[in-house]
Design a protein around this ligand. Structure first.
Ligand code: HEC
Length: 146
């Protein structure tokens, strides 16, 4: 009996430990993805400002990174990842998961459209500016300020 209880206790510890790993993995992964989006935004901003020469392949790459992020992000907010791992995700995400997912769906759609519509610096500036507004409006609602 004693052995069985010990085994059960060990199993419970192992299970809760793996839940913690899953949670922190989701947080780390979504932070990494957003860091990639942030880096792409920097590349884009330099071209839009003219501090880096315009390169259409790089411009398309910016929107490819955005679109890939928008597709992966919604799946990285399991219920057990509301806190921990220095997340800046707001509780609002879980209160309004449908609205949060819709914001990413919109971001995915406009980023994909931009991948094929961007042809030159002028069209890039327009699409890049539009995408930038979506970063701000999503962060405003679904991210806490630290
Ligand atoms: C639909 C919502 C949404 C959109 C659109 C969005 N983000 Fe985010 N972003 C988030 C959330 C949520 C977090 C917080 C993730 C966490 O800490 O768990 C975040 C975090 C970040 C971070 C911090 C990453 C870190 O170091 O932890 C950066 C940088 C970032 N976003 C850049 C951008 C940029 C640039 C854009 C637009 C091109 C963008 N995001 C668009 C939701 C969004």
């Amino acid at each position: 009996m004693l052995v069985r209880t010990a085994v059960c206790a060990a199993l419970a510890v192992a299970l809760s430990a793996s839940a913690v790993i899953a949670q922190s993995k989701a947080i780390a992964e979504r932070k990494d993805i957003m860091k990639g989006v942030g880096a792409a935004a920097k590349t884009g901003a330099a071209m839009a400002r003219g501090s880096a020469p315009y390169d259409n392949a790089k411009a398309v790459e910016v929107f490819t990174i955005y679109a890939n992020a928008a597709e992966k992000m919604p799946g990285l907010f399991p219920d057990d990842s509301k806190t921990g791992g220095e997340t800046t995700a707001s509780p609002k995400i879980w209160e309004d998961m449908a609205g949060f997912k819709a914001a990413f769906a919109k971001f995915a759609e406009s980023s994909k459209a931009a991948q094929s519509s961007v042809k030159d610096l002028d069209s890039f500036k327009v699409a890049f500016g539009e995408a930038g507004k979506q970063c701000g409006s999503c962060h405003e609602v679904y991210r806490i300020k630290k």
